[in-house]
Design a protein around this ligand. Structure first.
Ligand code: HEM
Length: 258
C-alpha cells in the first residue's frame, strides 16, 4: 500500500476537490443509500454479506468516501477512522466475484443518483473504487495482516485530469473555427486575419508573457510565436493546421501590416 496515498493531497491549482465536484456528503449519501438499501439486499453475491449491517451503514460509508475524496474528516473523528474500517473487512474472505459486483453496482448507483458523469470525475471515482476494493479484498483474506493506524486515504484527480483541464469536443465552437482563411493573394492585416486566429483560451494562457490580441505584442514576439506554431507546441491543446501557420508566416514576411 503506497504510504503517499495516506498523506494530505496537495490541492491541484484552482481545482475543486473530487468531493466538492461530486456534490458533497449529500451526493455520496444518496449513492450509498441506493446501493445498500436497494441493490445490495437484492443481489445474491452481496446480499448475505451485508445482511446484518448497521442501519447507519450507508451514512458511514458515505462519510468514508467524503473524507477520502477531500471532504470533512467525519469518519476519522466520529466513526472510528481507518482502523475501524479495516477491522470490518478482516476475516470476511471476500471473493473476487463479490468485489467486482460491489464496484459494478456502485458505478450503476453513481449513474442512477446523478453523480457527475464527466470523464475526469469518473476516472477519479472509479480508480478509487478499484484501488480500495482490491485492498478490501486483500485485507479480508484469511491470515492477512493489514498495516495499522494509518489515516483515512486522500484521493485526488487522476493524472492531473481536473474538471475543465481539457477542451471538450462538445464545447461551443469558438471564433477560431469560423475564421475565414485569406486567399493566396489577399492583403493580410492583423485585425482581420491574425488576431481572430487566437482564441480566448490561447490569449489567457499567454497573458503572463504578452497579449495575443495586441498588435504590438504579437508583432514584437512574432518570430518566437511562429517558431512555436511550427513546432506544434502552441496552442498546447493541439497544433494549428499548416495553412494557418503559413498565414501567420506570410503576415510576418509582409511586414506585419496592422
Ligand atoms: C473502495 C472500496 C470500499 C470501501 C470504501 C468500503 C468501505 C467500508 C466501510 C467504511 C466499512 C465500515 C462501515 C462502518 O461500520 O463504519 C465497510 C464495511 C464492510 N464492507 Fe466495505 N468498503 C469497500 C469495499 C468492500 C467490498 C468490495 C466488499 C465486499 C464485496 C465490502 C464489504 C464490507 C462488509 C461486509 C462490511 C461490514 C458490514 C457490516 O457492518 O456488517 N467492502 N466498508
Amino acid at each position: 500500500m503506497g504510504c503517499g496515498i495516506h498523506q494530505e493531497v496537495e490541492p491541484i491549482d484552482g481545482a475543486p476537490s473530487v468531493f466538492e465536484w461530486a456534490g458533497g456528503t449529500a451526493a455520496f449519501t444518496r449513492l450509498t443509500r441506493l446501493f445498500y438499501e436497494k441493490y445490495v439486499p437484492a443481489d445474491p453475491l452481496l446480499g448475505p454479506l451485508f445482511a446484518d449491517m448497521a442501519t447507519d451503514h450507508p451514512e458511514r460509508v458515505a462519510a468514508w468516501l467524503s473524507e477520502t475524496f477531500g471532504g470533512p474528516t467525519t469518519y476519522s473523528e466520529q466513526y472510528g477512522g481507518y482502523d475501524w474500517m479495516v477491522s470490518q473487512h478482516m476475516g470476511k474472505a471476500l471473493t473476487e466475484a463479490q468485489r467486482a459486483r460491489w464496484v459494478q453496482l456502485m458505478t450503476r448507483c453513481a449513474d442512477e443518483t446523478g453523480l457527475p458523469a464527466d470523464p475526469e470525475f469518473r476516472a477519479a471515482f472509479v480508480s478509487y473504487l478499484e484501488w480500495g476494493s482490491r485492498i478490501a479484498l486483500e485485507n479480508s483474506s484469511p491470515g492477512a495482516t493489514p498495516p495499522q493506524h494509518l489515516p483515512v486515504p486522500r484521493w485526488s484527480w487522476v493524472s492531473n485530469a481536473t474538471p475543465g483541464s481539457r477542451v471538450s469536443a462538445l464545447a461551443p465552437q469558438s471564433e477560431e473555427a469560423l475564421v475565414n482563411m485569406p486567399t493566396a493573394d489577399e492583403r493580410l492585416s492583423f485585425e482581420q486575419h491574425i488576431r481572430p486566429l487566437f482564441r480566448e483560451q490561447d490569449r489567457a494562457s499567454m497573458t503572463f508573457a504578452f497579449d495575443l490580441w495586441s498588435y504590438d505584442d504579437v508583432g514584437r514576439h512574432g518570430d518566437a510565436i511562429l517558431e512555436r506554431l511550427q513546432e506544434g507546441n502552441m496552442p498546447c491543446d493541439g497544433a494549428w493546421p499548416r495553412e494557418r501557420v503559413e498565414t501567420f508566416e506570410r503576415w510576418l514576411s509582409a511586414g506585419k501590416p496592422a
